[in-house]
Design a protein around this ligand. Structure first.
Ligand code: SF4
Ligand code: SF4
Length: 290
């Protein structure tokens, strides 16, 4: 059967490609383990399959495929995937930069990851408990010198505020783009983050609703999920990019997990035009289950 081209709906703001949910770090504030993933597990899905799946997508120039995880570079074919995704689709990377940057610089053309955008294409997350800032800055400067668009992000966790502020100062002095991200989730009995539907992340009794996403969530075997909650909690997928008939239906879907949503899906953020006040999902018809 001839494979259908998969068009990204014009309303979509993000394409999240989780090459793996594995990570070499174990940050206690990790949003990936906020709900379901107590133990990270590998999904053996080859680079060849990833490229066949991703090359079916037709996206806009301002809507890249973001390779993320977990730590995407733990995928054994990480570099091969980057080099073989079709050139018409832009690529971003979210990483903790624990990979071998010398090999990366040697094998990847910086222009493959470059595009006009108000943020870097390679966004490195800084985790003070697992990384030495000085070594990280050296790696980032080396990537910058090689022509890559790269910056560092630090999560403003209540326990890490001084480390993040310090890192920001040191990076600014060296000309490294350092940005802070708000901490999402519960800490010390308090819920942090600004949410479009606060009840959705309350952890109270789950309710039924209808929900539609503006992000394409691609799990580690190219399955498509309604949202991050479903990906992390292993709720059934709504399709797979390798299904020759698969197409993205931009519709509201029934959900019975409202109340247990992942903060990533509900937080207030900027859209692709950098306008604040957007959230990934739209939720309606919220009803109790009884
Ligand atoms: S580096 Fe990122 S993905 Fe890995 S444990 Fe830390 S927050 Fe989670
Ligand atoms: S209501 Fe929450 S759990 Fe259900 S699909 Fe929407 S974001 Fe996901």
């Amino acid at each position: 059967m001839k494979e259908k081209t998969i068009y990204i709906p014009g309303r979509y703001n993000y394409i999240a490609c989780f090459l793996t949910l594995d990570c070499n770090f174990k940050c206690d504030y990790c949003i990936n383990s906020h709900h379901g993933i107590k133990k990270h597990k590998s999904f053996p899905f080859s680079g060849k399959k990833w490229v066949s799946a991703l090359n079916r997508l037709v996206s806009r120039t301002d809507l890249p495929i973001t390779l993320q995880g977990g730590e995407p570079s733990l995928h054994p074919d990480f570099i091969w995937i980057i080099k073989n995704i079709k050139k018409e689709v832009n690529i971003d990377i979210l990483t903790n930069l624990s990979f071998d940057i010398n090999r990366f610089i040697k094998e990847v053309d910086p222009s493959r990851l470059y595009r006009e955008a108000p943020y870097p294409s390679i966004r490195v997350s800084y985790h003070p408990h697992f990384m030495e800032l000085d070594k990280l800055m050296i790696k980032v400067l080396k990537m910058q010198a090689a022509g890559f668009s790269i910056g560092i992000y630090g999560v403003r966790h209540p326990n890490l505020k001084s480390e993040i502020a310090d890192a920001k100062d040191k990076c600014s002095e060296l000309g490294i783009d350092f940005r802070e991200k708000e901490f999402l989730g519960k800490f010390g009995g308090k819920l942090y983050g600004e949410y479009f539907y606060p009840e959705a992340v309350s952890g109270n009794n789950k309710k039924k609703c209808r929900c539609r996403n503006s992000e394409l969530i691609i799990g580690p075997d190219a399955s498509i999920f309604k949202c991050h909650h479903d990906l992390y909690d292993r709720v059934s997928s709504i399709g797979n990019l390798l299904d020759p008939c698969f197409e993205i239906k931009d519709v509201f879907r029934d959900c019975s997990s409202f109340g247990d949503c992942n903060p990533c899906d509900i937080k207030v953020k900027t859209n692709r035009f950098q306008i604040y006040g957007h959230t990934s999902v739209e939720i309606k018809d919220i009803k109790s289950k009884n």
